[in-house]
Design a binder for this molecule. Structure first.
Ligand SMILES: [Zn+2]
Ligand SMILES: [Zn+2]
Length: 455
């Protein structure tokens, strides 16, 4: 027997009905992004390794341990993108988007990212993100607008899934909502106040050197802020007592304005002085959205980002302040699946994008070309039509029609062929009517699909 080939570790297939959930997230996000004037940008899945080393930072786990790096046949070091921002910034600089687009440039992206991590629930080696980047403004109003967007997107997603379930004729079970998310926020300071803090922190870290892991000891010298991000329990315990950043007046003012604007938008935030994003490029505002209530769940970040005022210059562009965030697609879909958790297999099978308005079957082989021809003509008229591609008994055709969740069914045999007429049967109401086997006429008899069980 030939050995079966399985999907690589840390990857997964998106199978129905999840394919529809994924598309709903993408469609809902795209719709909301358009309301904010964000334009889509697509960048390559692999980039020069140097881009991530410089853009993300060599001291991050992402770059130090998790990159899929390879040398191509031309001896270039390339890396499958571990995140989206560095590529977008590279494209912004290379494509002269500072001139080609009104500033600030409002962009969004989506697609697969790759990190060599230990696979676990919600953490895959190939995963997907949807993100926004606004380049060319240092205004706290941009921070607030983008955080409100991230916040509102979650509610729109819940609404979209509930509407889809209703369209499929499936009752949305009460009380099944996923754990609400909370917005945690912090300021990491800027070029004025962070260096002072960095030194104070470094001094403090050196004093407790004995308690830290090897990575932290190295980071203490190279990038002390990163120590605060360590997941090793002993390091975390000592970090709880670390000195906090004292933001300069300008950073304090920025943070206060972001807070006030979020409050005006009714977005509640939790101040979290321990929040240090894992990447080197952040400055001032950082935030993340995690399931409320702390504990294990709080580590399942659904969406995170912040301000990165130094990155564009770091990657060779002009001094350009910027703000962005990324949403984990898999974790988002996982949350939305909560709404589907209690569905019966029967209800589950109803979950699809489009219910066929009509299902057709041929009772004899010689009726098959007519069924085929009608199907083609009706689809060209815009109807969603399915059929059995082989002649079958009425029972089998009806069963297939029910399985496809079709509204109506049409059987064609030799009688129908000779009379040019057939019975159109409504599967829900059992109503029947005689119709001519002419696509244009048949079309006017078809009830719209997707209106659910109740109709
Ligand atoms: Zn550590
Ligand atoms: Zn500052």
């Amino acid at each position: 027997m030939t050995q079966r080939i399985t999907a690589p570790r840390g990857t997964h297939d998106t199978l129905p009905p999840d394919e529809r959930l994924v598309a709903l997230v993408e469609e809902t996000a795209a719709r909301l992004f358009a309301r904010h004037g964000l334009r889509e940008i697509r960048t390559p899945i692999f980039e020069a390794t140097e881009l991530f080393a410089r853009g993300v930072g060599t001291e991050t786990d992402m770059v130090a341990k998790e990159m899929y790096t390879f040398t191509d046949r031309g001896d270039r070091s390339l890396t499958l993108r571990p995140e989206g921002t560095a590529g977008v910034v590279r494209a912004y600089v290379e494509g002269r988007l500072d001139q080609a687009l009104p500033q600030p440039a409002r962009l969004w992206y989506g697609g697969p990212m790759f990190r060599y991590e230990r696979p676990q629930k919600g953490r895959q080696r190939q995963f997907h993100q949807i993100g926004v980047e606004v380049l060319g403004s240092s205004s706290p109003a941009i921070d607030a607008e983008m955080i409100v967007l991230a916040h509102d997107l979650q509610q729109e997603l819940l609404d979209a899934v509930c509407a889809w379930l209703r369209d499929c004729g499936v009752e949305v079970p009460a009380g099944l909502e996923p754990t609400p998310l909370e917005v945690r926020i912090n300021s990491l300071g800027d070029a004025a106040c962070r260096p002072v803090y960095r030194e104070a922190l470094q001094e403090w870290l050196r004093q407790g050197a004995g308690t830290y892991c090897a990575d932290c000891l190295r980071r203490t010298e190279s990038n002390p802020l990163r120590v605060l991000d360590c997941k090793v329990p002993a390091c975390r315990t000592r970090n709880a007592g670390a000195p906090r950043l004292q933001p300069c007046a300008s950073c304090q003012d920025h943070a206060a304005q972001v807070r006030a604007l979020l409050e005006a938008a009714d977005v509640r935030v939790v101040e979290d002085p321990a929040l240090v994003r894992g990447l080197d490029y952040y400055s001032r505002t950082v935030f993340e959205m995690v399931p409320a209530g702390g504990g294990e769940a709080a580590q399942a970040t659904v969406c995170a980002g912040g301000r990165y005022d130094g990155l564009v210059a770091e990657l060779g562009g002009a001094d350009t302040p910027a703000f962005g965030w990324a949403l984990g697609l898999e974790r988002t879909v996982q949350r939305l699946e909560t709404l589907l958790a209690d569905l019966s297999p029967q209800d589950r099978s109803r979950l699809r994008a489009d219910r066929p308005v009509l299902f057709m079957g041929a009772l004899e082989a010689r009726a098959l070309p007519e069924v085929f021809r009608l199907g083609v003509a009706l689809r060209r008229l815009g109807f969603s039509v399915q059929w059995l591609p082989a002649a079958a008994k009425p029972d089998r055709i009806l069963k297939a029609a029910v399985r496809a969740d079709a509204r109506q069914v049409l059987l064609v045999g030799s009688d129908e062929l000779s009379s040019g007429r057939a019975r159109l049967k409504d599967l829900a109401t059992r109503e029947q009517r005689d119709v001519n086997l002419v696509a244009a006429e048949l079309g006017t008899c078809l009830k719209p699909a997707g209106t659910g069980l109740a109709s």
